[in-house]
Each structure stands twice: as structure tokens, then as C-alpha cells.
Design a protein around this ligand. Sequence first.
Ligand SMILES: [Zn+2]
Length: 473
Amino acid sequence: MKPYLAAFISFSLIVMTTLSNTTSAQTRRQAVDLLVLGGTIVTMDQTRRVIEDGGIAVSGGRIIAVGPRAEIEGRYSSRQRFNATGKVITPGLINGHTHIPMVLFRGLADDLDLQEWLTKYIFPAEAKNVTEEFVRVGTRLGLAEMIRGGTTTYCDMYYFEDAIADETAKAGVRGVLGETIIDFPVADNKTNAEGMAYVEKFVARWKGHDLIVAAIAPHAPYTVSEEHLKAVRAFSDRTGAPIVTHISETKRELDDSIKAKGASPVAYLDRIGFLNSRVIAAHMVWPQGSDIAILKSRGVGVVHNPQSNMKLASGVAPVPKMLTEKILVGLGTDGAASNNDLNMWEEMDTVAKLHKVFSGDPKVISAQEAFELATIRGAEALHLEKEIGSLETGKRADLLVIDRDTLNQIPLYNVYSDLVYATKASDVESVIINGRIVMRNRRLLTLNETTIKADARAFRDKIIKSLTTSASP
Ligand SMILES: [Zn+2]
């Protein structure tokens, strides 16, 4: 054989072998919708695995695999690849308690206690201003703020909740959304019968939706009668809808309950058969006696709102004790009128520091525990821990890519310490919810920020006018 011919044959063999290797590698690798590759993955799984140079494969809105980058790249291929090298990847944050359209009342009345704030300012402002349009505009503003701050799931209670669900689904955000039931006429429903009919349709409409869990939200045991609370529980038993409510927020609520019902709010609700593992209870600042044992035995989810409780001087919820007793505890902002933002990074920082100073023990809530409250424990409090709260195979693909190159995060020693005490909402770079990218490199992809700001500012003028008119009859 002539040398050049031998060289040609061996070259052809190499090309063919390479081609066939590539083809077999491609056929071996499973095609998925999205690959997130590189970076430090904070999984929040059972062993709290943190993977350096990790990878996540996403398909059909769910996480198909999480592991070292090389392993994920070897097993999966995708046209959509997200390079997260040098970043931190975490589960999306869970805001366990909001009244999202109340962002339009942000800063309207501050520095008051709950009773004065509610009765003199918030209830009158709501009576004059809350319409479906108000709710939609406020919801879009709140959604944009939450996406920018890395919140991928929120639990809400307000009026026109069907419109809130509609805006939330359009923005691609996950929500447990509760239509308010309260014993006085409100913007969307004038009677309890109207409220219950609304909820019936609302829950049926969103059944089985990928993002929206429609819920029923009796405002509180002091604003909803025993008869109506029992009807709420019966509705929830029949439909499976979660029950979102406020329980034991202030000392006054506790004292009034003992006076009127001879029991704390928790004991009273248990006595009438209201509590179960579909209940999500915001606040729980004043549990008494056997209340914590009741919450545990009924499987009630509790949402702690440290900044709102501090601002309204409602008190300090016994969160360390609830954690020791293995109560399902999550974290929330409450409405922006009592906070005044929807920023879960601030809430994590506050929860750790508030309980340290209150107990005199700096070890009482660690940075990792604070991060758990906003992720996996938050999911447990919403009874959604099988679906969200950690980055694990089979769960919904709700995740954040966090910039690690901002001044406030340099250098990095401990990832939880960094996330809880140093990371800011503005460090969130990209957000993926149910496998869909809703913010990429700080650009919102599902909402128009310019329009949202203009619409919200227009409402400010209307609200001021409505309150001035009422002040001078
Ligand atoms: Zn609230």
C-alpha cells in the first residue's frame, strides 16, 4: 500500500470513529428543556447538599436531575443552556403571607398599632379604592417586585382573588391564593353567601393548574363568626382547598378571645373543629398553654412575619420554640402596607437577628435555619413540600441564579451566611419558575415594568383624593 493511501484510510477511520462516537453520545444523552450548568447549587434537600460546579436538568416544568456538572452534561442535552458559572443557584423563595395588591397602599399610614392602622386607615382606604382594576394593577406591581427579589411562590389573601390568580398565572409565578371571607361587606362580595359562591367558582376554575392553588381565606377568628368558620372548613373538606387565615396576631386578639370565648384563638378554633393540615395560619405571635401542641397535632402551617410584627409592635412570635416542637413554620412579608416591601431577603435577615436579640442567644436561629424558613420549611408551612422548596429530582423547577460578583458578597466563606446576612434582592440575576425563565440577567420577561410603574403611580393620586374627600364631609 502506498503511504499516502494508508494515511488516507487511517484518517477516514478516525473521522468515522469520531462521528460514530458523537452520534452515540448524542443518542445516549436525553434531550431536556433546559440545562443550568456551573455554579454552586444550594439544594436544601434532606441532607442540605451543596454542590460545587453543579448542574440541573429541567423538563416539563420539573427537575429531572441535580448533580455535578460533568455528570449532568454527560447524561442530558438541551438547546437551552444556562451558564451559571461563578453564581449561586438556590430554590426560589417562598413568601408565606401577603396581601399583594396592598403594595398600592405602601407608606399610606405607618407607625401605628394594628387596630388603629386597620380601622382608621386601611379598612376605609380599601372601602373607597378596591376594585378589580386596583387589584390587577397592585398585583402586577407586587409580582414584578417579587420576581426581582427571587420570590417564586407566594401565599396571598385579598379580594378579587380570581383576578390576582389571573395576573399571577400570566406572569408565570406560583401562588396559593385565598379569596377573603369576612363578616362585613367588602369590595367584591357584600354578604357571606356571595363570598362563598365566589370561592366555589374560583376554586373550581383553577383546579389542577400548574401554578395556581386556589384557597379560601377567612380573615381571622375575630372577623368571621363560628358558623361561617365551620362552613369554611366544610368547604375545604369537600374541595381540598387550603385555608389561609390570620391567627393570634396581637395581645388584644388573645385577650378579647379569652373574654368572649373563654379560650385562646387557637384553642377556640380547635374546639369548633376548624384546624387541620390544610390550614395556613399567619402570625401566631401569642400562642398560649397547649396551643403549640394543638398546632402540632393538627398539622397546621404557621407563617411568621417578623418585620410586620415589629412594625405594628404586635410582639415576637415564639419561633425558636415552634421549631423545637417541629411545628411547620415558614416566613412571610405580610402586605406591603405593614412592612413596607415584599422582600424575603430582608425577612430572612430579620428573623435571624430578631430572635437572637429577643432571646439573648445568638445561636437561637442560624443562617441556615433562616434560609430554610424561606425555602423548604416555607414549603412545609404551605403544605407544598412535595412540590417545591428544594432542588431535587421530581420537584417543580423553581430556582434562582444569584450574582456572586457584587461588592456586598465578596469574599464568600459560608454560603448560608452570605445568603442570609449579605445577599440583597438586587443580587438575584435570573429566576426560573416551573421551568420557565421569568427573569434573565435582571430583565423581566413576563411583565412590562414601565407600564406597571405608570399604572401604580396613577392609583396613588386616586387614593389620596379619595381619602381627602372623606376627611372633609
Ligand atoms: Zn396579613
